[in-house]
Design a protein around this ligand. Structure first.
Ligand SMILES: Nc1nc2c(ncn2[C@@H]2O[C@H](COP(=O)(O)OP(=O)(O)OP(=O)(O)O)[C@@H](O)[C@H]2O)c(=O)[nH]1
Ligand SMILES: [Mg+2]
Length: 392
């Protein structure tokens, strides 16, 4: 399953984001380092269900009237402070936890109501721009320190015949979740001496930075837009990196209200309807939230997750079925499964994603939307419904 991690300084709203997205109960409080042990749970990416092209909705649990929710993993870790890679704050152990993530959502307190350490200060008094780069910096330095630690081994290996520096580095860095292709691409990008003994800290840092950029893409969630000065959010949006304004607290309130039957809202909707039985106080709070959502295009929580999956990680959603006409599995469930595959994936890749046996026995595939057979090298598109014919 695709895994996304929430990173950021303490008190930025990571656990609130996590609770809103996963509906799991975790500690949230207005002081730094509320979270110590990482939380790991399931949330979803939202996309349009292919059932929208047909008369009837598919009726699956993860499809709300054509809004399709595809499971992904979300990770909530301890807050990060400058110097974390050398043990500041809660230290670097949780930087290790980020190793498991495919992409990072950097949660920033856009309200400027917490300082660099995450301590509450007057709203607007801290510049959130200062909280953005240090996350990348800490991740880069931490990876550089891993390369550093392993350098003696590389130097030792380099004395044996047949040593290949590219291979040695690929072996070390695949442990960080990098693929061999990604390490190879980084090694083409950065300049370095052939002999490991001639490498300097600068070489190692440049390599670490390049590998981190390739393997841990980041989107910024400019959080607390419900209380943030508008110019803070605008300033963040002007940065040359992906930024999505969010209100984790707003999303949490909406999900709670929806669960209680007070509002009609699906995660990722840009608006909601207030139902019966809402108190005046609740209505006032919801109207305030509505203003922020109108201004910034929803609560942004679902939007940040979707951006991570479909833009940063370049995934498409493919739906394997057994019956190409009814779009069902053997039990008659309509569009039972959705797979998030890398862009460029083929029907054979989908077959392997379903099960390695199905992949091994692959014969051919049918595009269930057109009812035409498709070739092995056909590039799957977002929302494709595919029948795989396999000997297994
Ligand atoms: N106004 C507002 N407050 C928020 C929002 N998101 C989180 N908060 C508040 O910010 C404080 C910190 O939230 P947490 O979710 O515990 O933050 P965290 O990043 O997990 O903090 P650590 O675990 O200490 O690193 C709490 O008081 C939350 O209620 C938001 O979108 N708007
Ligand atoms: Mg927390």
């Amino acid at each position: 399953m695709i895994s996304i991690a929430l990173a950021g300084k303490p008190n930025a709203g990571k656990s609130t984001f996590y609770t809103a997205a996963t509906r799991a109960d975790v500690d949230v409080a207005n002081y730094p380092f509320t979270t110590i042990d990482a939380n790991r749970g399931v949330t979803h990416a939202r996309t349009e269900c292919p059932c929208l092209t047909r008369e009837e909705r598919c009726g699956m649990k993860n499809c709300h009237d054509g809004k399709r929710y595809v499971p992904i993993e979300l990770l909530d870790v301890a807050g990060l402070v400058p110097g974390a890679h050398e043990g500041k704050g809660l230290g670097n152990q949780f930087l290790d936890e980020l190793t498991n993530a495919d992409a990072i959502i950097n949660v920033v307190d856009a309200s400027g109501g917490t300082n660099a350490k995450g301590e509450p200060v007057e709203t607007g008094s801290h510049d959130p721009i200062e909280d953005i780069d240090f996350i990348e910096e800490e991740m880069d330095l931490w990876l550089a320190s891993i390369v550093d630690r392993n350098w003696e081994t590389v130097e030792r290996q380099s004395r044996s015949p047949g040593f290949d520096i590219d291979e040695a580095l690929a072996e070390m860095l695949t442990g960080f979740g990098a693929t061999e292709a990604e390490v190879a691409a980084s090694l083409r990008e950065v300049e370095y001496p052939e002999n490991p003994a001639d490498w300097t800290d600068d070489h190692r840092e440049a390599l670490a930075r390049d590998v981190r950029e390739r393997t841990k893409p980041i989107i910024v969630a400019a959080n607390k837009i419900d209380v943030a000065p508008e110019e803070n959010v605008e300033k963040l949006l002007e940065l040359e990196k992906p930024v999505i304004p969010t209100t984790a607290e707003g999303e949490l309130a909406l999900r709670n209200a929806a669960d209680a039957g007070l509002v009609d809202y699906d995660p990722g909707d840009t608006e909601f309807e207030i139902g019966e039985g809402v108190s005046d106080e609740q209505r006032e709070a919801l109207d305030g939230l509505r203003a922020a959502m109108d201004r910034w295009d929803g609560t942004g929580v679902q939007g940040a997750l979707d951006y991570a999956v479909y833009d940063l990680l370049e995934r498409i959603t493919a739906y394997p079925v057994q019956d190409a006409t009814k779009w069902t599995d053997a039990k008659g469930n309509v569009l039972p499964d959705a797979f998030l595959l890398p862009r460029g994936s083929t029907p054979v890749d989908l077959a392997y994603a379903v099960h390695s046996d199905i992949g091994d026995g692959y014969l051919h595939a049918v595009n269930a939307k057109t009812n035409r057979e498709i070739g092995e090298s056909y590039e799957l598109a977002e929302g494709d419904v595919i029948k795989i014919v396999s000997t297994n």
